[in-house]
Design a protein around this ligand. Structure first.
Ligand code: GLV
Ligand code: MN
Ligand code: MN
Length: 402
């Protein structure tokens, strides 16, 4: 008898946890994420699902029934640094549980049903979010991806080889010929469902978002003997840029965050030589995103001129707006015993957004998060809501695979 939702959740809860009540470190091709990957393969085998693995390590576990392109559901098992338990794994565990629910009800799909896991969704190790689904769909090509390195200078292909993924170069394989539609269940990362008093919702769209690297160079010097007026201090340029990002985003009603910073030589008694900082920006429209990044860059450039520093801004990844197929969202959201499910936008990126942008009809289900906190050890969803999510996913898959 395969494990039910609660057994699966209990089994993976300790994997990659910093401390008993701390956050998760489940970076791609590192031990905790690999342990979850092995767990996924075991769970697929316990359900008699056939596992396909691509050269990047993305997996689809197929329930081989019916014919034609399959209906695929799933998410990711990696986490941000010091992340929560639910972002990613909730979608994978719910997908496995939903297969069981459908079978217990005696549902016979007309199409194959696949449970997928995409690697490096968060971009927490190699800096590019949704790398697995981008490679699988051809949204990025291998020659570009293979040059990515992690913070320790380990190249992507070295990290893959270290876990036995070195035989073939990843090629795109995922398109609408294999997959008729993709559904990703995800913990909600805001409080819309709490405000609406609903356990489950459906995604309408994903805001465009990007990651931008700000490299600021100054003049390294002595922290005591250098007169304040003689300094060329890149930390000042950075500090003002972070404030400008916050202010410009507030004025525009959008989002901008500096969450990562490196300074060289990182010495208490030196004026730094350089600061590199990463900005995450997210807006309602592609135009608003471009305008926000422009406004922040302009202010940072002016400040650099005043500080005697130099600034270079590099867009490391930009994902355009994704509008999920509205007919599909309506088909999923409407006519339930409990009424219609709400349809809402999200500011978070997801593999479903990549697949949608590559022409695969895609949809997302959200499960209520009581605090809305995410990318944090405090991320949560209550068990009854998780079980409601499993039922909602099973019902959705039955609609789509009938
Ligand atoms: C991924 O979760 C993102 O939105 O950055
Ligand atoms: Mn995330
Ligand atoms: Mn996620």
């Amino acid at each position: 008898m395969p494990d039910h939702f609660e057994d699966m959740w209990r089994a993976i809860a300790p994997v990659g946890r910093g401390s008993a009540d701390g956050g998760y470190f489940r970076q791609p091709f590192a031990s905790a994420e690999r342990e979850l990957d092995a767990w996924f393969v075991e769970q697929a085998a316990a359900r008699g699902l056939r596992v396909e693995t691509d050269p990047f390590g993305n997996r689809v576990a197929w329930w081989d029934v019916g014919s034609g392109p399959g209906v695929v559901t799933g998410s990711h098992l990696d986490s941000v640094l010091d992340g929560g338990a639910y972002d990613g794994p909730l979608g994978v565990v719910s997908a496995l549980a939903a297969v069981e629910v459908m079978r217990e009800r005696g549902f016979r799909p007309a199409r194959p049903i696949g449970v997928s896991v995409f690697v490096e969704e968060e971009g927490s190790r190699f800096g590019l979010a949704c790398l697995g689904s981008r490679l699988a769909t051809g949204a990025i090509e291998w020659p570009l991806a293979r040059a990515l390195t992690d913070r320790d200078g380990v190249r992507l292909e070295e990290a893959m080889a270290a876990v036995g993924l070195e035989e073939e170069n990843p090629q795109p394989w995922l398109g609408s010929e294999q997959v008729s539609c993709f559904v990703e269940l995800h913990v909600e990362q805001g409080r819309d469902l709490v405000d609406r008093g609903e356990a489950v919702g459906v995604a309408s769209r994903i805001w465009p978002h990007g990651r931008y690297r700000f490299d600021i160079a100054g003049e390294p010097n002595h922290a005591g003997t250098t007169r304040m007026e003689d300094r060329r201090d890149p930390m000042l340029t950075y500090a003002m840029t972070a404030l400008a990002a916050n202010k410009q985003a507030r004025i525009a009603g959008q989002r901008a965050t500096f969450g990562r910073l490196e300074t060289t030589p990182n010495s208490t008694n030196s004026v730094p030589a350089g600061v590199t900082a990463w900005m995450d920006a997210r807006c309602e429209s592609d135009e608003a995103l471009a305008a926000l990044v422009d406004a922040i860059t302009r202010q940072a450039t002016d400040r650099a001129a005043r500080d005697g520093t130099t600034l270079a801004v590099t867009a490391e990844s930009v994902s355009g707006a994704v509008d999920f197929d509205p007919d599909l969202a309506r088909r999923i959201a409407r006519d339930h015993e409990t009424g219609d499910w709400p349809v809402l936008p999200t500011q978070a990126g997801h593999d479903a957004g990549i697949l949608s942008a590559r022409g695969i009809p895609s949809a997302m289900l959200f499960v209520r998060n009581p605090t809305g906190v995410s990318h944090s050890p405090a991320e949560r969803a209550e068990l009854p809501d998780c079980l409601a999510g499993v039922d909602a996913l099973a019902e959705t898959l039955e609609r789509l695979a009938s």
